[in-house]
Unconditional design. Structure first.
Length: 164
């Protein structure tokens, strides 16, 4: 099973992206793919900025803007056979108290892995979902910054695949 980063889905949707054909073939070849709530939020942000697409779908289906965005997200998940998984647990961090587990893991990882916030959260989700029993063997991304997390992922037996 593979954890798929948002950059892969966006490249698959953008026919002008130079990686489009490569990531599209990869998504179709990979049989079991998982995404997190972070992927969903990032995709919603990307889709919401495409006013002409959202308006067109809303009009054709008789939906409001929010319903159209959710419909597009559901289509993307189904189109690429992506399973949405969440972490539904909280943990305690010293002095901070009760925190959503992916955020706590990202805070802990931030001392070892110097990634931007959302990338750090993707790494945290991949690790936590694996710890919760998802058989994640690799994290697939088009973002070279993830190289900074290669060793951390390797310790969890998660291979990093960066699509150039």
């Amino acid at each position: 099973m593979s954890y798929v980063d948002t950059s892969i889905v966006v490249a698959a949707l953008d026919i002008q992206d130079p990686r489009h054909d490569k990531v599209l073939a990869l998504l179709e070849k990979e049989s079991e793919k998982i995404v997190s709530e972070i992927v969903l939020a990032e995709l919603a942000s990307v889709v919401a900025r495409r006013d002409e697409i959202v308006s067109s779908i809303a009009e054709k289906l008789g939906l409001n803007r929010e319903e159209a965005i959710i419909t597009i997200l559901l289509y993307i998940l189904k189109r690429f056979n992506l399973k949405l998984r969440s972490v539904e647990d909280y943990t305690r961090l010293p002095l901070l108290g009760r925190i959503y587990k992916p955020i706590a893991m990202a805070v802990e990882l931030s001392t070892q892995v110097k990634l931007r916030t959302l990338d750090l959260l993707h790494v945290a989700y991949a690790i936590l979902l694996k710890e919760e029993g998802e058989p994640i063997l690799k994290l697939i991304t088009a973002d070279h910054d993830f190289e900074k997390a290669r060793e951390t992922l390797k310790k969890m037996n998660i291979d990093l695949h960066v699509i150039a």
